[in-house]
Ligand binder design. Structure first.
Ligand code: FE2
Length: 272
């Protein structure tokens, strides 16, 4: 979405004054963006669409173009740190976890925490949303589809938390044939399943309840390149220890590697 904004400049992250200023700068720019495009981004209308589609919303044009440009810069900054995974029959691709993003691409962390963004998502979902806990590598993460066959098979973004888990997907770069295929209403027996498919352009948005949307990303072909950004918000950040263990093992094997997932010795993971 075209608009004149002034997103936060680069700074080192870590709960510092600079980080707070970063969130504030992003937040002010985003709040102005919501104001400028109030007619298109009207939360009441979008909430109805979200509800009618079984907790799913797609907007082809969402992010201010200056934000998308900052995300492309972020992709360049984290590229040396991509962790590639391959699970036969399920997924192949690269990921960069929130821990690496905090160090190398703090603009993403600032965007994730923007109160204007979170309030807008709350109005669309009808839920009170919280950030994912500090040790959840999915809180914000970049996903790379850069080799022939990179994909992720049909799945739900299952919540291992005691509450609901919402996924916000933002298109960052796309020179690929990859599509987000999805099926609406699969958890609602009285409503027929409704298949759909979108190709999310840079700046596009998808928002859904992870336990309700069955979805996949179709395989990349040779010489294609796609990067998407995922934010995860929860309604209750508590997680029972066994659920935490299962979640960590899944993240280590399927996404970020053991080093990233179990990096906090003696932390809430309790598994390092
Ligand atoms: Fe997913």
């Amino acid at each position: 979405m075209n608009s004149t904004v002034n997103p936060a400049s680069t700074h080192s992250y870590g709960g510092t004054t600079a980080a707070r200023k970063g969130v504030q700068a992003v937040d002010e720019a985003l709040a102005a963006h919501f104001q400028r495009f109030a007619a298109d981004l009207q939360p009441a209308t979008l909430h109805k669409t979200f509800d009618d589609q079984g907790a799913f919303l797609y907007l082809e044009d969402f992010l201010p173009s200056a934000f998308t440009e900052k995300l492309v810069e972020a992709v360049r900054a984290v590229t040396p740190s991509i962790n590639r995974n391959y699970i036969p029959g399920h997924k192949a691709g690269g990921s960069v976890s929130r821990h690496t993003i905090d160090e190398l691409a703090p603009f993403i962390a600032d965007l994730y925490r923007s109160p204007a963004l979170i309030k807008w998502l709350e109005k669309i979902s009808g839920d009170t949303l919280q950030e994912s806990p500090a040790d959840d590598p999915h809180a914000y993460a970049l996903y790379f589809y850069t080799k022939a066959g990179d994909h992720i098979g049909w799945h739900y973004d299952t919540s291992y938390y005691e509450g609901r888990r919402y996924t916000l997907l933002l298109g960052v770069m796309d020179d690929s044939s990859c599509r987000l295929d999805y099926e609406l209403h699969t958890r609602t027996p009285e409503i027929p399943d409704q298949p759909g498919s979108v190709q999310i352009p840079p700046g596009g948005l998808v928002f859904f309840d992870g336990d309700k949307l069955r979805h996949r990303i179709t395989p990349a072909r040779a010489n294609e390149f796609r990067v998407s950004l995922t934010f995860e918000y929860v309604t209750n950040p508590n997680m029972r220890p066994w659920q935490r263990f299962i979640s960590n093992m899944k993240d280590s094997i399927a996404y970020f590697g053991f080093g990233q997932v179990f990096r906090r010795k003696g932390g809430r993971n309790g598994a390092a």
